[in-house]
Design a protein around this ligand. Structure first.
Ligand SMILES: Cc1cc2nc3c(=O)[nH]c(=O)nc-3n(C[C@H](O)[C@H](O)[C@H](O)COP(=O)(O)O)c2cc1C
Length: 362
């Protein structure tokens, strides 16, 4: 099966089936309500800088698609909304465009629709090893990207019948590209990044990590559905077994911030409240993929509406924690409960002092 038609299968499954994790770890995180916020809500400032550009809010539409003619419109709708609202946009893996140059336009159309916001290109770690350093600059030029994300998806590759399960040499490849002219982000795809991996990534020279933790879209789940469709029952069972595998998003944020990374939080961020919690835990920017997919099949106004509802909830959170701007929100009192707390404590991170990890990350 070609990369292009596999991509379309993924989009269809994500639109039609229940593909999310069976656990919502953000329930374990509580921002402490400030009954006397002593600020005017109208004066709250959500602006920030990301990848050298100004954004109106610390938000990213995460990598999803491109690479098939039917996905061009999805990308353009996402891009128009990102431009209108003033937030960043990731595109899906550009592998299909490398294999078939006719697909380039399904990605490059985003820069025309979103001339001013940060755009992030995308390629998988297994492909990066084979392609070498110069390919990353080419991918960035293809879409006028401000950075290229190298995605780690070895959970998905493990379930996919045709998956690429040779993960050796990725760190070496990262070292080669980290010193090049294109900014690099290392990104998971729904199974999260631990502090040990964050340290390896930082040692390679890459500073920004999109943790994409467990709690949202399950790529093990998506591949289980795909395996069922093609009658591969062994892969279907494996996909179901690993459905909720990974480092939960809030845990991964704290772990990667404690390692000193600039953290992009994604994986199960389903509201501006989750985005605010992520920032209070140590992320600089929060993002989501799945919640924007259906709106993007409808139009850019639907995507912009979803983005605005995230931003409204983020502002509400900032008001109710007395946070005038994002640096105040980063210091907002936050409580970590339940399984997230237990995991962090077992991992040797003191949950009462996690703000000190954030300070160290600066
Ligand atoms: C339809 C779809 C396609 C995706 N394709 C890619 C991709 O090509 N490259 C990538 O890095 N991540 C891809 N992702 C993963 C997302 O960027 C994100 O890391 C993950 O879905 C978790 O976020 P969520 O829970 O908000 O969906 C895709 C996600 C969806 C829903």
């Amino acid at each position: 099966m070609s990369t292009s038609s596999r991509k379309l299968d993924h989009v269809r499954i994500c639109l039609e089936r229940q593909v999310e994790s069976r656990w919502t770890p953000f329930d374990d995180i509580m921002l402490v309500h400030k009954a006397l916020p002593e600020i005017d809500e109208a004066s709250i400032n959500t602006r920030c800088r990301f990848l050298g550009k100004e954004m109106k809010a610390p938000f990213l539409i995460c990598a999803m698609t491109g690479g098939h003619p039917e996905t061009r419109e999805i990308n353009v709708n996402l891009a128009k909304a990102a431009q209108e609202v003033g937030v960043a946009l990731g595109i899906g893996s550009q592998r299909a465009a490398l294999e078939d140059p006719r697909q380039i336009e399904t990605f490059s159309a985003v820069r025309d629709a979103a001339p001013d916001v940060p755009i992030i290109g995308n390629i998988g770690a297994p492909q990066l090893r084979k392609l070498g350093g110069e390919a990353v600059d080419y991918l960035a030029e293809m879409v006028g990207a401000d950075a290229v994300a190298v995605h780690l998806n070895f959970l998905q590759e493990s379930i996919q019948p045709e998956g690429d399960r040779d993960a050796s040499g990725v760190l070496e490849a990262l070292k080669t590209i980290a010193s090049g002219k294109t900014a690099i982000i290392v990104k998971e795809t729904g199974a999260g990044i631990s502090m040990e991996v964050a340290r390896d990534v930082l040692r390679s020279g890459v500073k920004t990590i999109d943790i994409s933790g467990m709690g949202g879209t399950s790529w093990s789940g998506v591949e289980a559905y795909r395996a069922e469709m093609i009658g591969d029952l062994g892969s279907k069972d494996l996909g179901e077994l690993f459905w909720s595998w990974g480092v939960p998003t809030p845990v991964s944020i704290v772990e990667c911030a404690s390692a000193g990374a600039e953290v992009v939080a994604s994986g199960g961020i389903r509201s501006g409240l989750d985005a605010a919690k992520s920032i209070a835990l140590g992320a600089s920017v929060a993002g989501a993929a799945l919640p924007f997919l259906k709106p993007a099949t409808m139009g850019s106004a639907e995507v912009a509406f979803t983005l605005q509802s995230y931003i409204r909830a983020l502002r509400t959170c900032m008001f109710l924690t007395g946070s005038r701007d994002l640096s105040n929100l980063k210091r907002a009192p936050t409580v970590i409960l339940g399984r997230c707390r237990e995991i962090l404590e077992q991992r040797g991170l003191d949950t009462r002092k996690f703000s000190t990890y954030r300070e160290r990350a600066k």
